[in-house]
Design a protein around this ligand. Structure first.
Ligand code: MLZ
Length: 265
């Protein structure tokens, strides 16, 4: 855990506040992840959300599962929290009188689907009901403020959870920006969206929090007399352009980490 990003120093250096955990639609104590690779479950097809498919756990990361729909390819894996409403035990669909659907991009002839389904489920390990956790309730209001720090899924690289800042707030929506990265990864989402987490989430779940991008803009409060920290933090959130210095992050300090192609700076 220790070579990953450390919030404490960064919050202090930037004079910023983290968004309180009760602002998020996440459990205060992250849910236990008991799933094992190879287990099967039912999942809503992310590309066709009205259909429920059989999925296999192909990875476990923090409180999340890496899922692959049976009968689909390996290029469309997706990640879900263990308390996501998008996943359920095998048998749920049938109990509700629905039919399991082939995933979008089912590679074989549709007529082979019933037999495929039978084969894929026969002898497989089904994830027990107790592994699926209840989705936490929605916080009643959007309390996020511009400048607050958080951890957020990079939707272009959804396996990544990265240090982020609230860049804007409009009604029920928040604008997620990624620290040290150009705007290419930014997105708007609802304040109760399941892709955003309080500072410390990855540390608690064992997921890996990504390092900052290489363009970290540290904005510091330059007033000579040090006001009490909470106020200072508040102020720098309201007027972040007091003074700006570009600090190299630890990954540039290690020097020579080549930038991946197509990586915006
Ligand atoms: N290899 C990818 C990672 C970018 C991750 C950014 N996260 C905010 C890229 O350079 O495009």
């Amino acid at each position: 855990q220790n070579d990953h990003f450390q919030w404490e120093k960064y919050l202090e250096e930037t004079g910023s506040l983290s968004a309180p955990s009760e602002y998020f639609r996440q459990s205060k104590i992250p849910p236990a992840n008991d799933f094992k690779v190879g287990m099967k479950l039912e999942a809503h097809d992310p590309r066709n959300t009205t259909s429920v498919c059989i999925a296999t756990v192909v990875g476990v990361t923090g409180a999340r599962l890496r899922l692959r729909l049976d009968g689909s390819d390996n290029q469309n894996d997706f990640w879900r929290l263990v308390d996501s409403p998008d996943i359920q035990p095998v048998g749920t669909c049938e109990k509700e009188g629905d039919l399991l659907q082939p995933p979008l991009g089912y590679q074989m002839n549709t007529s082979s689907w019933p037999m495929f389904l039978l084969r894929t489920l026969t002898g497989s390990e089904m994830a027990p009901e107790a592994f699926f956790k209840k989705e936490p309730p929605k916080p009643p209001l959007n309390n996020f403020k511009v400048g607050m720090k958080l951890e957020a899924v990079d939707r272009k690289n959804p396996y990544l959870i990265c240090p982020a800042t609230i860049g804007n707030v409009k009604g029920d929506e928040v604008y997620i920006t990624f620290d040290g990265w150009s705007g290419a990864f930014n997105y708007w989402c609802k304040y109760d969206c399941r892709d955003i987490f309080p500072v410390g989430w990855c540390n608690l779940t064992g997921d890996i929090l990504q390092p900052l991008g290489s363009n970290v803009l540290i904005t510091k409060n330059t007033t000579k007399t040090q006001p009490p920290p909470s106020k200072a933090a508040q102020r720098s959130m309201q007027s972040p352009q007091n003074s700006a210095i570009i600090l190299p992050t630890h990954q540039t300090k290690k020097s020579g980490r080549p930038k991946p192609p197509g990586c915006p700076s």
